[in-house]
Design a protein around this ligand. Structure first.
Ligand code: GDP
Length: 426
């Protein structure tokens, strides 16, 4: 049996989906272990172009079992939509190849509503939530007011549970936000419409994973966001509400006893960030515009323009460390081809001192990037499939990053397509 986690090292959107799509050919099971439909993994393959918000990127390989694990939060309404879109594109999605942990937590419409109400209350201090209800639902989960999707299998008990949660939730909705209360019948009708079709997919994923492990099957864990969005280790509070770290993958899958053999950390060749919060190596104005255009940096789930800047070695080294990455996939190298010189952020100046250590989040607002310029290569590298055939300046860039972050770079992607990748023989 082999187990591997594919995780983000930075702010997310590093290209994890395309790596899972590639690597899943060697795996029998692909598991999403945290988060909800606030992600957008873009996958381009022979079936077309897809933005997967919740379904694991192994869904394109018919024989792979895809799991939404115990640590995920599942909004049945967009999930039904995502299943429908995949089926329309000719992808088989069945109870055999998509499994949902009975312990995954349901995202209700009132979670989305609360997300929007809170962002509106925060005004210009907003967190930049995707308003998919993720923070409210994780809040409820940890207050033990969540509803597990497996409860759909027990309709008589479910109604009483939903009623008691709504009674509690309406206190906040009405008294804090002054909004209209959530109605039980409408909520149960919504569950009937969007929850019932998911029933055949719901299972104890622990049993499934332990069986897979006993049979020597290979399991791939797919993270949804980058390390800097981790609730414990990220740039708090500009984080997500869950743990995209590899160490959490077995817990969030349903089988905490599984061990992870390798961790592929996905790093973009430059930095991007969606939403609010400190982003030290940020570019503004025309140079940002050029990079954003070159990289097509608009969120897959939201369409929001991403904040952009040069590769940040301080943040990347930190991400590699908290993820426990054993190898790196460096993505979007082709995007940098337009630059004469490529700046890299090598340190942060904080209170007059230059540091290479990622500071505590309270210091990040005052941190200034320290840049070093390296030569660009100024040629189209997207057709290159062999490391030795890359221009010397591109190889120098890769080897500098590798040395600075202390982790081998085994994959270099030079385009979004499945085969636009250099597998580095090391
Ligand atoms: P994820 O959430 O980490 O899977 O990343 P996203 O899907 O949000 O963002 C990655 C974007 O970059 C997608 O639009 C991919 O198609 C695209 N992409 C991935 N790898 C490459 C690459 O090597 N070159 C280029 N030009 N685009 C890439």
């Amino acid at each position: 049996m082999a187990t591997c986690a594919i995780v983000g090292i930075n702010w997310g959107d590093e290209g994890k989906g395309r790596m899972v799509d590639l690597i899943s050919r060697d795996y029998d099971v692909v598991v999403r272990y945290q988060g909800g439909n606030n992600a957008g993994h873009t996958v381009i393959n022979e079936y077309g172009k897809f933005a997967l918000n919740l379904i694991p990127s192994g869904i394109f390989r018919g024989e792979v079992i895809n799991i939404l694990g115990t640590g995920t939060v599942v909004d049945p309404e967009p999930l039904c939509g995502e299943i429908g879109r995949l089926r329309d594109a000719g992808i088989s999605v069945s109870a055999d190849n998509l499994k949902i942990s009975d312990r995954a937590t349901i995202v209700f419409p009132f979670h989305r509503e609360l997300d929007a109400l809170e962002e509106a209350r925060l005004g210009d201090k907003k967190y930049g939530s995707t308003k998919r209800g993720i923070a409210p639902v994780y809040g409820d989960k940890y207050q033990k007011k969540g509803i597990h999707i497996g409860e759909l299998q027990y309709p008589e008990k479910l109604k009483a549970h939903v009623a008691s949660v709504l009674e509690w939730k309406n206190l906040t909705i009405q008294n804090v936000y002054g909004a209209a209360p959530v109605v039980l019948d409408a909520t149960m009708a919504w569950l009937d419409r969007f929850g019932a079709p998911l029933l055949p997919h719901i299972t104890d994923t622990g049993i499934l994973l332990r069986k897979a492990s006993a049979e020597g099957k290979n399991v791939l864990f797919e993270a949804q966001l980058g390390a800097l969005r981790d609730i414990d280790y990220g740039i708090y509070p500009y984080t997500s509400s869950s743990t995209p770290l590899a160490a959490y993958a077995p817990v969030g899958s349903g089988a905490p006893s599984l061990k992870i053999d390798s961790v592929i950390g996905v790093v973009k060749a430059y930095s991007t960030c969606v939403g609010e919060g400190p982003f030290v190596a940020e570019w503004f104005g025309p140079e940002a515009e050029k990079l954003r255009e070159a990289g097509g940096e608009y969120g897959a789930a939201t369409g929001r323009p991403r904040r952009v800047g040069p590769l940040d070695l301080v943040a990347t080294r930190y991400g590699v460390n908290v993820q426990g990455a054993t190898q790196i996939a460096l993505t979007k190298m082709d995007v940098l081809s337009y630059l004469d010189e490529i700046p890299i952020c090598t340190g942060y100046e904080v209170n007059g001192r230059v540091t290479q250590e990622f500071p505590f989040h309270s210091e990040l607002d005052d941190a200034k990037p320290v840049y070093r310029n390296v030569p660009g290569w100024k040629e189209d590298i997207s057709p290159v499939r062999d490391y030795a055939a890359l221009p010397a300046a591109a190889r120098d860039y890769i080897e500098l990053v590798e040395k600075e972050i202390g982790c081998p770079i085994s994959y270099i992607s030079v385009g979004p397509g499945r085969d636009e990748i250099i597998l580095r023989d090391r």
